[in-house]
Design a binder for this molecule. Structure first.
Ligand code: ADP
Ligand code: MG
Length: 380
């Protein structure tokens, strides 16, 4: 069936108005589309760039009806959006991508890891924990490990590292007996991610693989190209595309991997949306991950994804702001001609809060990293 492309100045809807929604809105507006953002927060970062901001909950029937009535296509910027809201919108005849079903899988670590495994792709050993009784058997395959809540975890939140079954039981109680997964702690050589764009006509493209360094469970730096063997990076891209195919995915899908000794690659998790580790695509590829989101939801072709220049992305957390929200010293960063600053317009610079990022483009990933680290040191 030929699907007609949705062209500017059509209205595009997005559930969620955080920084990812803001960068989506920027990409869509640049291309001449109009944008409606649904986000209950009056100060949602995406609202600055949206034509319409509906400040209501994601399950509000009037808000959803307005989206269905006014938007030519709808997407989401965060995986914890109500999957039933997505399904309801699709049932009204509006193209919704990714599908509520794909979002539902990505929302739940048990469903996610089970799906990945059934797709023939590797994960770390994991055990679904629905109640304390599930911790009574032989756990040696999963210890030392990490107990992670099945739902609503992000940036390392909702995770407890455990060495023994006793610690796992205490951790489950600390996590209020929510459904969890117990996952074996893997010896990581590196972490990498691959971001796929796939259309309803099954055209598929994958960005170059990023190498990701986390601090305190939050992404700190992404380095592109990843400093792993080319064959490993290529395998990660293939696995990410395979996963998108198995999900019959439409939209932008981010896949995080652990690189282990012996060139082993396992999938950590996926996100049904653009990803923090793909922010380098704003400056270092012809098409950004946010433009891919526009292109895939509008039944266009994915844009070119090859890397124009090695890049390093550095996250700017609220910690970089001084006491009482004093601005970082931007002078060195903004004076460097090969550096791009992206701020999300958030007013309250709390510790650990993602306030913005910057990209450094250089002749090599190592050179970009060295410069990025030096610039970071000048901010405070
Ligand atoms: P989140 O949804 O918070 O991103 P992740 O499952 O990706 O949760 O975990 C956050 C980080 O914690 C990972 O990027 C990795 O650095 C570390 N981590 C998570 N699971 C494991 C594991 N099984 N073994 C080793 N490190 C892990
Ligand atoms: Mg993660």
């Amino acid at each position: 069936m030929a699907v007609k492309p949705i062209l500017p100045p059509a209205m595009l809807g997005i559930l969620g108005g955080g920084q990812l929604g803001r960068m989506f809105a920027t990409a869509a507006k640049t291309m001449g589309y109009r944008v409606t953002v649904l986000d209950p927060d009056q100060n949602a970062p995406a609202a600055d760039f949206a034509d319409v901001h509906i400040a209501k909950p994601y399950t509000d029937p009037d808000a959803l009806a307005e989206l269905a009535r006014t938007c030519a296509a709808i997407t989401t910027e965060f995986e914890n959006v109500n999957a039933d809201s997505m399904r309801w919108l699709a049932a009204q005849g509006v193209p919704v991508s990714p599908s509520g079903d794909c979002v539902a899988i990505a929302q739940d670590r048990v469903a996610e890891k089970t799906f990945i495994r059934n797709a023939g792709l590797a994960t770390a050993p994991f055990l679904a924990i629905n109640n304390a009784g599930d911790l009574n058997g032989d756990l040696s395959a999963y210890l030392p490990g990490i107990l992670k809540t099945a739902r609503l975890g992000y940036d390392g939140k909702g995770q407890v590292r455990v060495k023994t079954a006793e610690e796992a039981r205490l951790a489950l109680s600390d996590l209020k007996h929510q459904p969890c997964v117990l996952e074996k702690m893997m010896p990581l050589v590196a972490e990498v991610s691959a971001i796929v764009a796939r259309t309803s006509k099954t055209e598929i493209a994958c960005f170059p693989v990023a190498e990701n360094q986390h601090v305190g469970g939050i992404l700190d730096v992404s380095i592109v190209p990843a400093r792993v063997e080319a064959a490993i990076a290529e395998r990660a891209r293939q696995m990410a595309m395979q996963l998108a195919e198995k999900l019959n995915y439409v939209g932008v899908l981010a896949v995080e991997f652990f690189v282990l000794e012996g060139d082993e690659l396992v999938i950590n998790e996926m996100a049904p949306r653009p990803h923090n580790s793909g922010h380098y695509t704003l400056d270092a590829t012809l098409t950004s991950q946010f433009e891919q989101q526009v292109r895939t939801m509008c039944h266009l072709y994915p844009g070119k994804t090859d890397l124009l220049r090695p890049a390093v992305m550095v996250n700017l957390l609220g910690d970089v702001w001084g006491e009482h929200g004093a601005e970082p010293r931007w002078d060195v960063l903004l004076t460097a001609p090969n550096t791009k600053l992206h701020l999300y317009g958030k007013k309250d610079a709390r510790a650990g809060r993602k306030m913005g990022h910057f990209n450094v483009l250089a002749a090599s990933a190592d050179a970009a990293l060295e410069q990025a680290e030096a610039i970071k040191d000048t901010l405070r």
